[in-house]
Ligand binder design. Structure first.
Ligand SMILES: [Zn+2]
Length: 585
């Protein structure tokens, strides 16, 4: 493998530098390594420290949908520096293949796979008819083709892998690390792929996508994936106490049927759920048992929803809960010395500003002007709306706003809230809008996402710095963990039509919800990492992916060798290593 050769070269280079220790040899050594800028840097600066500082673990953390303004507001609100403040390292672009304003799935595809895609797509190639005019169609990957992720690449390197989120784990950001579909709303399929991805630790919400409708879930394919997880040796937990009791091994913990509660609402509405910080700490504890290292993605999923809702208290408290999780990750990284922590939002949401059209203070804005209105708020606007319930009387609205947000709302405030509500705005959005405008110095510009760059925070050996395209994050991680995503793609996703002629394989859709690829006497169910042949079930190192838009099926290279054990239909079109001779594009 190329990376091993590079390592050997590097070792020789370091020995050369140490033994000869003169500029001439250093220049010669540099010439040897000119094809790899990162190793060049190590050789130029401090080769010995560089090799000791090898990255073994990577923790990616995403406070979904926020900006530097949110960090600033959270700092004023908490009254002390944040963990993230020490880690500011650069900025990251956010645009997707088809829009200057990304959605979460295309953004996560970029930093999970290294490729930009179409909004709504999850780690598959972009449509080629909607590309931004600034993008070159030639440089894009094949539309709808699955794209290997840094989680999948880490797994092939023998590392443990984990996903932690406060949304359903099938939501866009975690989904993009462990599934391949052309519609982020296809969460049943996403869940099935995740279950069969052999991830070591998965914590978050969304258990409804594990169970069939008959058992109270949302699945229409009749599968009970909780049973599948148990059958595959996972521990399955659904509350904080059970999660904290986990001491080793593989685990799934889904703590809500759908999304988990906002951090500030947990005590009031779901005290049995763990915090993001506790999930992160437990995930690191379990994953760090693997001597080969680990890859973990942690998402503070709901910072984004606070932005969508223009809810200032939801925004700062979920961001601060994320910062607590960052502390845990950095503490581990500091003690470990071989852990790289990379943090960035996928995009901004809500366009929050400190200062607004309605702010009368401006040049005289005091800390109290910023902080005091937030201090009386004890649950999210959605929580207040929940407490208001069906009783939309002025008295009830005023009373709940007083109790939960410490606001002495006027009749005019209530009229504004009800007028928005009557025009189709949800009650929580209406409360946030009116109270933000009339009682805070905080401005909002949209209920949607924003197109600007986002901050990059980092900690650990070889941590990134400067301005990066969001696709470069994936390449950076793969490089630091010493694998090549192009090779991972080749290993995991061989297009069946490139290897077999049309009469050699068939996608059996007799059960349309559970399609099965048949090649000779081998059967490979779609969305699973399974090959059944001659009554024997083989677990593959990757999942079988079907792209309905192109009617193409993708299987891991490993499957080719298994199929080849008895030759079918004469000569197959791959070499003795089972490696496809054909470019899957
Ligand atoms: Zn997002």
């Amino acid at each position: 493998m190329e990376s091993k050769e590079t390592n050997i070269l590097l070792t020789f280079s370091i020995i050369g530098l140490l033994l000869l220790g003169n500029v001439g040899s250093a220049v010669a050594v540099k010439g040897n390594l000119n094809n790899n800028a990162d190793f060049n840097d190590s050789v130029n600066c401090k080769p010995v420290a560089g090799s000791e500082a090898k990255v073994k673990n990577v923790i990616v953390m995403v406070p979904d949908g926020c900006s530097q303004s949110v960090e600033t507001l959270a700092r004023w609100y908490s009254g002390e520096p944040l963990q993230l403040d020490e880690m500011l390292a650069g900025a990251v672009s956010t645009y997707s293949a088809d829009s200057v304003i990304t959605d979460s799935s295309s953004a996560a595809t970029a930093f999970a796979t290294g490729f930009k895609t179409t909004n709504g797509f999850v780690s598959v190639g972009p449509r080629n008819d909607t590309l931004l005019t600034t993008l070159d169609e030639e440089s894009m990957v094949a539309p709808y083709s699955p794209l290997a992720t840094v989680l999948e690449g880490s797994k092939l390197e023998g590392k443990a892998t984990g996903l932690v989120a406060t949304s359903r784990v099938t939501h866009a950001t975690p989904a993009a690390f462990a599934s391949h579909v052309d519609n982020r709303n296809n969460e049943s399929e996403i869940m099935e792929q995740m279950v069969y991805e052999d991830i070591d630790v998965v914590f978050g919400g969304g258990s409804q996508y594990l169970l069939p409708k008959a058992d109270g879930g949302k699945r229409t394919d009749g599968e009970n994936l909780t049973e599948v997880l148990l059958g595959r040796g996972y521990q399955y937990v659904d509350n904080e106490t059970e999660m904290l009791a986990l001491s080793s091994g593989k685990a799934w913990g889904l703590f809500a049927g759908s999304h988990m509660q906002p951090d500030i609402d947990r005590a009031e509405f779901a005290p049995e759920e763990p915090s993001l910080c506790n999930m992160t700490e437990k995930a690191i504890e379990l994953l760090s048992e693997d001597k080969d290292g680990f890859f973990l993605m942690v998402e503070g999923s709901q910072v984004d929803w606070a932005g969508h809702a223009n809810d200032p208290i939801y925004e700062v408290t979920d961001f601060l809960a994320f910062d607590e999780a960052v502390k845990v990750a950095v503490d581990f990284a500091e003690a470990d010395g071989h852990t790289l922590v990379i943090i960035f939002p996928d995009h901004n949401t809500g366009g929050m500003t400190i200062g607004s059209y309605y702010d009368s203070e401006y040049d005289d804005t005091s800390v109290e002007d910023v902080v005091n209105p937030l201090e009386g708020m004890n649950i999210t606007a959605a929580g207040v709306a929940n407490k208001i319930g069906e009783d939309l009387s002025s008295d009830n609205i005023k009373s709940q706003l007083k109790t939960w947000w410490g606001i002495d709302a006027t009749d005019e405030d209530v009229d504004e809230i009800l007028s928005l509500k009557n025009n189709g705005t949800s009650l929580d959005y209406a409360i946030s809008e009116v109270i933000s405008r009339n009682y805070t110095v905080i401005g909002w510009t949209t209920h949607g996402h924003c197109g600007e760059d986002v901050p990059l925070w980092a900690y650990g050996p070889d941590s990134p710095a400067g301005y990066m395209d969001n696709t470069e994050i994936a390449e950076y991680i793969a490089d630091k963990l010493r694998f090549d995503l192009a090779e991972t793609n080749e290993q995991l996703f061989v297009e069946v039509g490139n290897v077999f002629s049309a009469d050699e394989y068939q996608l059996n859709t007799i059960d349309p919800e559970n399609p099965v690829l048949k090649i000779g006497d081998a059967e490979l169910p779609v969305n699973k990492n399974i090959l059944v042949k001659g009554g024997v079930t083989h677990e593959l190192e990757g999942i079988v992916v079907y792209a309905p838009a192109t009617d193409k099926v993708y299987i891991p290279t490993e499957a080719l060798s298994l199929i080849n054990e008895t030759k079918i239909n004469g000569k197959l079109k791959y070499d003795s290593n089972g490696k496809s001779k054909y470019d899957r594009r």
